[in-house]
Structures are given as structure tokens and as C-alpha cells.
Design a protein around this ligand. Sequence first.
Ligand code: SF4
Length: 344
Amino acid sequence: MRADMSAEDHAKVLAAADAMTRQLSGSRGRIWASIGVDFTPCTRNCKFCSLGEEWGVHPKPYELSTGEVCDVAREYVEGGAAWIVLRTTQDFPIPRLVELAREVRRRIPEHVELVVNTGEYGMEGARQLRDAGYSSVYHVVRLREGVDTVFHPADRESTIKAARQAGLGLTYLVEPLGPEHTDEEIAREAVRARQLGAAQVGAMARVPVRGTPLGGCCQVSTERLCRTVAVSRLAAGKRAKWVCVHPPTPEALRAGANILVVEAGAVPRDTGSGQGKWRGFGMAEAVDMLRSAGYEIAELSKPTGTGEPAAVGQMSPQRQPTERPASTACCGRSSPKKARGGTT
Ligand code: SF4
């Protein structure tokens, strides 16, 4: 993982990760379809998240209706999604997540996993989520947890362990990756993902969002993101057939990644209102990118629709993405002293 790795060694790490994923998955790729259920200004104020209340980026609370969530989920499934992920802000009520799961689960086939990505819960919450129809969770200890967030790593691990004990699967990415994160920090999370039994791993870059405290930082380089994906892949061992990169990065599909993400609704990486495809990247683009990298999508054997969700609810059109170019000089930021307020 060393930042000073030679170009030759860097290429070897990526090639090893790429070969391992292709062998384990049979050169199949998958699509992770994430639905941001609510725009609730969140009191935890993570420094990278557009949903933090203090940043005032999304001042008006909004929540998708059950019908909207079900419609988007169905469209994604028809387009070939392998996972439908319901993502919420930190304090979103578990009973509402239970209600949503029951309704979505009735409308999607059994082979499609329903995933929950929400705040912290214990055994009782984990059992309720499992019984409602979720089969796995997305939950992580964030890079610089307790520095860029108000959480302690133990809080996150406690939730993950409750989920695992309830029989729920785990997806765990190294995130939100910025240029300031050290090799040691990245390696720690890659190893933690394995120790916690993650079946899907990978890496997600932090997308600077205007108006958030880290909005002025540059985005991690593609090279660093690819190497983090590769390290995550290699650290996870044979248990993990599926490896994710986000935002979609074609180079990472040659570095061990075989999952791409599409998003609708509330996106913590954007100031937009969540209508339509995030950054114009939808199911068709994900399928094309995976196929261009030599991955076939098993879930596409029986497509029945376009796979693009219709506009949802009263939301206004999504504004332009707020990413700064990867080539922007780094802010040179080091660990801030004050801990403040994960997307969930
Ligand atoms: S990342 Fe999660 S906990 Fe943090 S501000 Fe955003 S919604 Fe709240």
C-alpha cells in the first residue's frame, strides 16, 4: 500500500487484484443500486456529508414515499441490479425501515438482496431489520472516525457485530477516501473488513461537496483509489467475490473492482435534490462500463425494463455535481483537532 511504491510494484498489485476478482467471480460484475430515502438535516454533521444540518446544504427535510421507493427499486431490478440498498440519515426510525423493507421485498425477486444502510442499532434492531426482509447491511468504521465524524469506531463495530450476529451479511468499503489518508489508515480498514466478515469490499472516494467543511479539499487521485481497491481486494481473501469502487472509475475495474454503484434520491455526496441518475450515471452506463472491462452481468439474463428510475416525488431537478477535479492540488489538510459529527 506504500505511497512510495514503484510504478512496477503498483502495476503488479493491481494485476494480482484484477486476476483474483476475475477468477473468483467468473468474470461477472454486479450493480449496487442505492436509494437515498431521506433528506433529513442530520445533527451528526459529518464533515464530508451534504446532509449535515449545520452545513445547510439540504435545509428542507424530505422523505421519499413508500411508493416512490418501491418504484425506483423495481426499475433498478428490471435493469439488472443485484442489490437494492435503502440508505438513510443517522436517526431514521427502524420501524419505517421495517415497513419499507416489507413493501420493497414483496416487489423484487428473491435473488436480489435488500440491503440497509442506516445509523446505529443493537441486537433488537438488527433482528427487526432481518425479519423485515433485509439480508445484509452496509456499515463501516469511517476513515478518521471521531475526527471527521462524532462517532467512535467502537460504536460502528458494535452495530456491525449486532448485524452479523443476527445473520445479516456485510458490505464494507474503505471510505470516504481522501488524499490525506495514510497507508496505515487504509490498511487498517481493509483488514477490519476482513475481520468483520465482509462479503463485499472495496473503496469509495470522498467527493468534495461545496458548503461542507471538507468541500474545499481535493478528491483522491484515480491511482490512489485504484490501489486502495486492490489492497481491499487482496486483504479480503477468497470470501469476497464482489469488490466495489465508487464513484464509477473504469480504471478500478482493472484493479480488482467488479461492482459499480448507481444512486437515486438523497445523495450525501451532492448538493442536488436527487431526481434521476446521479451525475448522469445510471444502469445503462454501469452495464456498459462493466462490459467494456470484460465483466458480464448475470442479473441481466431476464431484463424486463429500462432499469432507469422515473423522477421521484416533488423533488426538483438535480443540480450539477460538485466534485473538484482529481488533478486539483491537494489542500494539504491534516487531521483537524476538533471532533464533530457517518453516511450512514
Ligand atoms: S454521514 Fe450519516 S451521520 Fe454523518 S451527517 Fe451524513 S447522514 Fe448524518
